[in-house]
Design a binder for this molecule. Sequence first.
Ligand code: NAP
Ligand code: COA
Length: 271
Amino acid sequence: MIVNDVFAKDLFANKTVFVTGGGSGINLGIARNFAALGANIGICGRTQARLDAAAEELRALGARVCAAAADVRKPDALQAAFARSEAELGPMHVLVCGAAGNFPCPAEAMSPNGFKAVVDIDLLGGFHSCRFALDQLKKTRGSVIFISAGQALLPYQAQCHVGAAKAGIDNLMRNLALEWGPYGIRCNSIVPGPIEGTEGFERLLPEAMRDTFLEIIPLRRFGSVDDIGQLAVFLASPLATYITGAVIVADGGQNLPGSGIFAHLLMQAMG
Ligand code: NAP
Ligand code: COA
């Protein structure tokens, strides 16, 4: 459930939030939380039909929406999507770098192209997004939110590609916070825990391992997309104007006991 009675309902009125990978899952949940507080929303992804369905949901919350198909690995397509969003909605105040790919695969079975695909989408895609959003963010003294993952903090079984990509993202985030702070631009990362009902959750937590995995999460529940949407709203809000270069974990404590149980359960589930 979107908690939109905590902030003023017009907190992001006349502001534009662009979410890469915003057509589904956590990223769409983030877009919904901003839309509920008056923001205009730009989204991109590879699948126009998925973006159109998401746009309809966001418009129902009152947002003006620009849904432009673009692969974050392709600089020209991404630049065109950002230009269209600026023309239709005005310069972006918040960029959320959420586009990502993931599949469980042990390093010894991973092809070079499999490793590259994930690093290309998450890390290079994240750089492209920031690089091409910079002119707009300078105009608004806006902020960037990267969607990282626990794999950046700890080694996770069958996740070497994601670990490399997400650790790279957090490092990129800190470098940009350093370089772009003087423009008034803040950069932060969110590390979501296991978020129920999402593609990442389905791919990494097969049904058979969920009950046991839940027992090691200190807060004893999986997360929701709104848990992450609310954190993104906070980070972009006037309550967070001195926060930059931070990696903020929203995982119910899931990473605290380590990744051993995940490794054990996943290897069992993968046979
Ligand atoms: P998701 O719904 O599959 O979200 C990924 C989105 O990115 C999709 O809408 C996808 O749309 C888009 N995308 C993929 N490749 C792209 C590309 N090359 N260019 C542009 N868009 C692309 O999965 P999710 O689980 O919600 O994950 C969202 C974010 O949260 C990711 O950054 C993920 O790493 C992170 N995360 C998730 C969890 C979790 O529990 N789910 C935990 C920690 C971190 P198209 O396929 O149409 O392009
Ligand atoms: N196990 C091992 N390797 C895999 C794999 C799997 N489950 N899925 C894909 N790969 C490999 C492919 O075999 C290919 O390598 P190859 O050329 O050596 O055979 C490489 O990854 C690229 O695959 P391809 O399907 O061409 O890439 P893509 O760019 O179309 O898609 C992915 C990118 C692979 C990340 C795809 O899973 C995707 O689109 N994911 C987006 C949604 C998602 O992952 N959501 C969860 C986010 S947490």
